[in-house]
Every structure is written in C-alpha cells, then in structure tokens.
Design a binder for this molecule. Structure first.
Ligand code: SF4
Length: 360
C-alpha cells in the first residue's frame, strides 16, 4: 500500500489533472492497483427517505423548495418501507444502503429517532449503512454511530471559492465542522463533489485540495457529474465531457489513494466505454438503482451486464472495515440533547439562485 500525502496544493493537483491523458491514466491505474483490487466494484443503493421541500438553496438541487421543479415530495419513509427497499437492494448486489433526507440539518426528535431505527434495522441485515441528512452535531453523530452507522455522507460539493456561487444558505465551514463531528466517532466519512456546475479546472483542483488535505482523507468520495434539472439555477449548464470526468477520477485516485471513488450522478450520460475508462482510472464504486434521489440512473440489470463485461466482481459488505455493533435505543449512552445548533447563514446573494426562485 502506498502512503497517503495530506499536503497537496492546488498547483500539484493542476499538474496532475493536466498531464497528457495516457500518462495520467497510467499513473492513476498504478496507484489504484497498489491500494485496491482493480477487479472489484462496490455497489451502493441510494434511498431518498424524505424527498423535496428543502429549505436550502443549493443551485444544482431539484429538492430545494424555492425552485420550481417537478419533484414529488414525500414525508419520511417508515422503517418497514426502508427495510423492504434495503432487502431488495441486497438481493441485487448492493453492499451499502445510503439513506438521504432533504434536510438542512438534523433536528433531534421523532424523525431522527426513526432514522436511528432505520440504521439499526439495516445494520442487522448485514449491510453497510450510510446516511446523508445534512449538518449534524457531535452528539447526533455519536447517536448514529451507536445505532450502527457505517458511513456519513456530507459532500463538499465544490472548492470553497466556488461553493459561494452555488449555495448561500450555509457556509463551507459548516460542512467541514460536520465532517469533523463525524470523525469524533468510528463512522467513516463519505465526501465528494460535483463537476459541471460551471466551475473551471482551478475550482476542481480547489475541491480536491479541500478533500485530500482532510486527515484522515474520506474513506469514500463520490464524483458527480451535474444533471441539470429544469427549474434549478443550473438548468442551462451543458453536460460535462467524459474526458473531464475521467481526468477528475484519475486525479482523485492519485491524490486520495485509499479512498473508494464512486461514480454517482450523471452516469446515464456516460457510455459503457466511458465508465470503463473511469474504472481503469481508479473509480471502484457506483450507485445502483433506477433513481439517484430524484435524477435518473442506469438500470440495475444494465450495470450487472457491464460488470460482467468488464470482469468486475462485487465487493462484499465490511471488506474495508469491520461491521459496527448496534446498540438498541433503550441501552443508548447518548441521549438526545434537544440541541438547536447555530449553523451559519451567510449573507451573500447568488443572482441565478434568486432568479430561479422568482421564476414561478
Ligand atoms: S442538496 Fe440537500 S441541502 Fe441542498 S437543497 Fe438539496 S436536499 Fe437541500
């Protein structure tokens, strides 16, 4: 296994990203082989347990209540519904279920208690459980850990500079603070970002600086290609080129050698050949299921066919880290604090977000 460097600079990363493509692919493939089995892919299923109606203004997101998209919102799913979906995902080869709720941050109370029960339930199915619930406090992270959470997803989305052009309802430091709260537990960190939001290559390198200088680096990093949804501020962004995606994956692999790199949103726009190049460049995980929260995703059978074609085997759950133990609610050490944390609300305005809000 090669060592992990934590002091990558933007210049280092730009130097890697801009290498001649064959050079970049070769280097990334070597790093990949030194740190992972290149013939194994990890499959996660993303489940939207509470869709739409979100108070935030993320420019890429159709679930933000302020934009006029055709998303059908739903209240929090029941534990039984989640269990049924998890079993279905397991039968189709997923080793991980990632539950997403369209929340700004977690609030203590019945809904969070229900999510904790979902975590316990899925962990008992011997699947890795991940949650993406917005910002969380240390106590909330501890409670999730106790329930048996394997990973917490909290994407940095972009570089700090570009983040301000996409989201105005919370600050970058809030993201980093949530990741730091997760790091105080034994839950692994999943954090990545999105390309194709109008950012330049320097911004992409800036995002990779932010992710790769975390110590420890995230155990998994989703690289999303924007799916421009009508009604969102980013509706007119052109699909990102596959070559940009390949370069981004390869660069991420080199600077984050041990991280599991996940192809996430935007996979329906990628050919099999394009995805194969991404796997060669170091991607070793995908999201499965016909929907990713609210946007389309390749059919599960198509993915299975692709893995067979490429000779990729499915990663078993808990290959990278032992299964956490679940503590039942009655035996919990960490009680609800009924906290009202003060996550920031920056004051800057983003014109295109304001326009999309007013469109109506
Ligand atoms: S990305 Fe998450 S926080 Fe942002 S608007 Fe969508 S659901 Fe809300």
């Amino acid at each position: 296994m090669s060592g992990t460097k934590h002091n990558w600079t933007k210049e280092d990363i730009l130097g890697i990203y801009n290498k001649p493509l064959m050079e970049l692919l070769y280097e990334a493939a070597i790093v990949h082989r030194l740190n992972h089995d290149p013939n194994v892919v990890q499959v996660s299923t993303l489940l939207s347990i509470k869709t739409g109606g979100c108070s935030e203004d993320c420019g890429y997101c159709p679930q933000a209540a302020r934009y006029h998209t055709n998303i059908e919102g739903n209240d929090l799913m029941s534990v039984q519904q989640v269990k049924a979906q998890a079993l279905r995902a397991k039968a189709r080869g997923s080793s991980r279920v990632c539950m997403g709720a369209a929340w700004r941050n977690v609030k203590d109370g019945v809904e969070f208690d229900a999510v904790l029960e979902m975590v316990r339930t899925i962990n008992k199915l011997d699947m890795e459980v991940c949650c993406t619930l917005g910002m969380i406090t240390e106590n909330q992270a501890q409670r999730l850990a106790e329930a048996g959470l394997y990973a917490y997803n909290h994407n940095l989305d972009a570089s700090e500079a570009y983040y301000k052009k996409i989201i105005s309802t919370r600050g970058y430091q809030d993201r980093l603070d949530t990741i730091a709260n997760v790091r105080k537990t034994n839950v692994t960190v999943c954090s990545g970002g999105i390309i194709g939001m109008g950012e330049n290559i320097e911004d992409r390198a800036g995002m990779l600086v932010a992710l790769s200088t975390l110590n420890p680096q995230p155990e998994s990093t989703p690289i999303n290609a924007l799916v421009a949804v009508e009604g969102t501020p980013l509706e007119d962004e052109k699909p990102v080129s596959i070559w940009d995606m390949i370069r981004m994956v390869a660069t991420t692999r080199i600077v984050m050698p041990k991280t599991q790199i996940r192809l996430s949103a935007g996979r329906t726009q990628m050919s099999r050949e394009g995805q194969a190049m991404c796997f060669f460049a170091g991607a070793n995980s995908v999201f499965a299921g016909d929907k990713l929260l609210t946007t389309p995703n390749p059919d599960v059978n198509e993915d299975i066919e692709m893995f067979e074609l490429l000779g990729l085997n499915l990663q078993k759950p808990f290959t990278k880290k032992d299964q956490p133990q679940t503590v039942e609610a009655q035996a919990s050490q960490f009680k609800s604090l009924g906290e009202k944390p003060k996550w920031t609300r920056p004051t800057h305005k983003i014109e295109r977000n304001e326009r999309a809000n007013k469109k109506g």
